[in-house]
Design a protein around this ligand. Sequence first.
Ligand code: GLA
Ligand code: ZN
Length: 665
Amino acid sequence: MTPFNKILFGGDYNPEQWPKEIWLEDMRILNLAHINSATINVFSWALLQPSESIYDFSRLDDIVDLLVKHNYQIVFATSTAALPAWLSRRYPEVNRTDFEGRQHKFGHRHNACPNSPVFKKYTKLLAQKLAERYGHLANVVCWHISNEYGGECYCDNCAKAFREWLKKRYETIEAVNRAWNMTFWSHTLYDWDDIVVPNALGDAIGYEKTAFAGLSLDYRRFMSDAILTNFIAEKEAIRIVDEKTPITTNLMGTYKGLDYFKFAKEMDIVSWDNYPSYDTPASFTAMSHDLMRGLKAGQPFMLMEQTPSQQNWQPYNSLKKPGQMRCMSYQAMAHGADTIQFFQLRRSIGGCEKFHGAVIDHVGHEHTRVFREVATLGKELEQLGNTILGARTQAKVGIIFDWPNYWALEYTSGPTQDLRYVEHIHHYYKEFYRRQIAVDMVGLDQDFSQYQVLVAPCLYLISDEQAKKIEEFVAQGGRFITTMLSGIATESDNVHLGGYPGPLKQVLGIWVEEIDALPPKEQITVRFASQNVRASLLCDVIHLKGAEQLATYQTNDFYNDYPVITKNTFGQGQSYYVGTLLDNLGMELLVEEVLRDLSIESCVLSQGLEWTKRHKDGKTYHFIMNHTNQMIACDIALMGRNLLTTEIITNITQLSPYETLIIET
Ligand code: GLA
Ligand code: ZN
């Protein structure tokens, strides 16, 4: 299901930053690029409400009139992601208090305290006024609440709200003491008011670590929920007058601060902003798209923002090379995007984004390389019409991604500081990607039954209930892979007693007695399937309790010859445990073993090529992409219709730099 009747092609449009004379010129130029949509009103609160009692929609009316007249599909933002000066000055409580405990003054954006009653009041009001004024227009196809929610606040209002949140979760202060294991370091709380926020003035250890993971984890859960409450409040305000226009907010891929699975439950459609760096592997971008699609269990999403050429905020803002923007746009579509939108349509003259790419550049006309590429893409998307819209991915492999695990794993002190959750997930993802195997990124509470293989790297926090669900998956014939640092702790980050990996011991048939951390750059040898592979980071000392060993350590250490990769048959299925970080060859052998006899086809192409499919009405749409600036030879037998040239092809023997083909079979 997609709420749109065509591929939205457009992006952030800020005519309020420009004199009106430019607007008609914008319309002329954007029309040449087949732009059909504009995202407006993202940062206009200061203009819409110049003081506490005055609202002024006249300029916005003009912008909307212009876009309606030119037949645009409008993605309408609510403007609440940057505070107007009067609000910051008059009500200091709306300004965030940072990790060091400093309350900020007016400045920047994404700067509001999510628990400020004043902020809540005025954002709801603004959202409702916008919905009343514009919600009835057929051109308004989507509401875009705020912008890139994120960050955190540590003010007194937040502390107060945190205590209320905790009361709901734990009911008694004794239960909080138990959950956070507060007898450690004499932390026993006597009263709800003893609870302080875990920032630099409290229990944090630097920015990344904490003396009390239970507390810090709960603060993350709370902050994510609090920000989500802001989203819900605006959404409800819109719904009072506009019952049906889909509502979204733009997410940021693997962004750490918010539990996007929870957000997605409140969103009608997921949208996200894709800003890879010059050295981001295509597999990482693919994984991020899959994660965004996974948030709503496979529903297509909006690519709300990408740059047509370069960014301004990375350390090194390289250009997208000729053809690269097109290729990346199709990669998004291949993984489930039903819109292709840019930040932004016209490049601003001042502020920190003046070097950020845009469809219309500072030169002000259409005769630029970037514009030509945007226009070519626009024409192609028009040609595709709604053929691919709403098409789905069919994946037999699921990889679990879980925000509380992301937080807990990176908060925990020891055994190594080098384990990064997202990197580790990507390490597993990229072996399936290399084989061109479709993967769904799944949440812990989603349904696993459609998967033949379920991968859960570093499933560090796990409840007994979640472990049961995994046991059932395996018992019914699934293949489950997990790794070191799994099954360790409860949802409050207290260790499951009785040996690691806690409630996963049965299904895995092992006991992990100790966890050794290797110093940086040190590698050891693992003997796996008659080959030597390399491993690093952590080495679990494993005992077999029913599982068989697939690989052993070859090291001078005392655990020489101990098992490191194990396989256990449980019911109809098998579960695999990997007690270390394998190198690429190790990953190849592992996935080879896990896929054996399954009906999941692998197709290894030259590095840089990607082949991803979407399915709809009995048809398959193959996106075949070259993500490199080199010509790559290949040998892909595929009989079908090239959707962009309409010719019938039978095989593909090469792809030029950044070339993308869309073949229908
Ligand atoms: C984000 C924001 C935009 C803009 C771009 C620049 O995605 O949502 O407002 O700042 O970054 O890359
Ligand atoms: Zn606050």
